[in-house]
Ligand binder design. Structure first.
Ligand code: 3HC
Length: 312
């Protein structure tokens, strides 16, 4: 069968909503863009643990500590789930982690912003996990089977993440004026970076057209960003928080909220590694690997010894 015929049959499966599984034939470019996207998604989950992990020992009470601990543990699980999905495409865990540490692979820009106050932890849950849910619910229908199935489990846990963040901000917004001001400050600092999570504009997106054709993506970056804004404005109103955008306004004709242009210079600066925390985040991940090397070496030695015993 010619390459062209294989590609035609592949696209026919995609168009018929037949999931692509690890042992199915797929174009190299389809495999490569999945490895790129899923590995970067996994890196985002793992790096995303860092800003929140800093606040586990500083949580204001035992309940908040337990909830945050559960959320951070969930994120670790999401990362491992997604790293396993990458391995089904033939890329080793070591290679994937090395790509992050060498700077070859990306992770979500949002995690290069610092979590400065306790209110930031609420804003991260509400806005960052809220944006992630908008994106990930669509990915439950992505064409690659292992990725779609991983998303179903992950989305259930993300809903808890978003809910706990919103509840935490609800508490602050109905507290003292200082607590309300802390929540508004977090809103001011996290709103725009949360919109940037959806990626560049559709006009600037390099992968979207092909990812939509292959049904890796079901919606474009701007479509998901718009859905997130439309869903979040009312939530902010209930909290009594002001969204830091003077041009945010309901447009009856469009049936959506109009909002200001995103600062794309800031976005690309952060993506290119010049954000407030990029260096710190990567250094933390490299240090974690180095300090955990003895565990991997011990496990490998144990596995080798057991294999030798069994074969003797
Ligand atoms: N941060 C860093 N890089 C970004 C980015 C962001 N917010 N948005 C886009 N980019 C990068 C892309 O990776 C691509 O670079 P590459 O070719 O080197 O990979 C380039 O900018 C062009 O962007 P495209 O729109 O062409 O790229 P995609 O088609 O891949 O779309 C995406 C970007 C929407 C993020 C898509 O990759 C995606 O849906 N990924 C899966 C979801 C995901 O990764 N979410 C990240 C957050 S996960 C999370 O928040 C955890 C939760 O528990 C809180």
């Amino acid at each position: 069968m010619t390459q062209a015929e294989k590609e035609r049959r592949f696209q026919e499966k995609i168009d018929k909503e037949i999931k692509i599984e690890p042992n199915d034939w797929m174009p190299d470019e389809y495999r490569q863009t999945l490895v790129r996207q899923i590995s970067q998604h996994a890196h985002s989950e793992i790096v995303g643990m860092l800003p929140e992990g800093n606040w586990i020992t500083r949580a204001p009470n035992l309940r908040r500590k337990a909830v945050l601990l559960a959320k951070v543990q969930d994120e670790a699980g999401h990362g491992l789930y997604l790293y396993s999905a990458v391995e089904t495409l033939g890329t080793s865990r070591e290679q994937t982690i090395d790509d992050l540490h060498s700077g070859k692979a990306k992770y979500s820009s949002i995690f290069n912003y610092p979590a400065l106050t306790w209110a930031d932890i609420g804003a991260i849950g509400w806005l960052v996990d809220g944006a992630a849910i908008m994106n990930q619910v669509a990915l439950c229908r992505t064409s690659y089977g292992p990725y779609a199935r991983a998303m179903v489990k992950i989305c259930k846990e993300e809903s808890f993440h978003q809910r706990q963040g919103y509840e935490s901000l609800m508490k602050l917004c109905s507290g003292t004026p200082q607590q309300k001001a802390m929540a508004q400050d977090a809103m001011n600092r996290f709103w725009w970076p949360a919109l940037m999570m959806f990626g560049p504009s559709d006009a600037a997106s390099t992968h979207s057209d092909q990812s939509i054709k292959w049904k890796i993506k079901r919606f474009t970056n701007d479509e998901l960003r718009q859905s997130f804004v439309d869903a979040t404005v009312e939530q902010a109103q209930i909290l009594g928080l002001t969204i830091p955008d003077p041009n945010l306004k309901w447009n009856e004709e469009r049936g959506h909220y109009d909002f200001s242009e995103i600062n794309w210079d800031e976005f690309w600066q952060v993506v290119k590694g010049n954000g407030p925390c990029n260096k710190e985040r990567l250094a933390a991940r490299v240090k974690a690997k180095e300090e955990g090397m003895w565990v991997r070496e011990a496990a490998t030695a144990f596995a080798k010894k057991r294999a030798m015993k069994q074969s003797a």
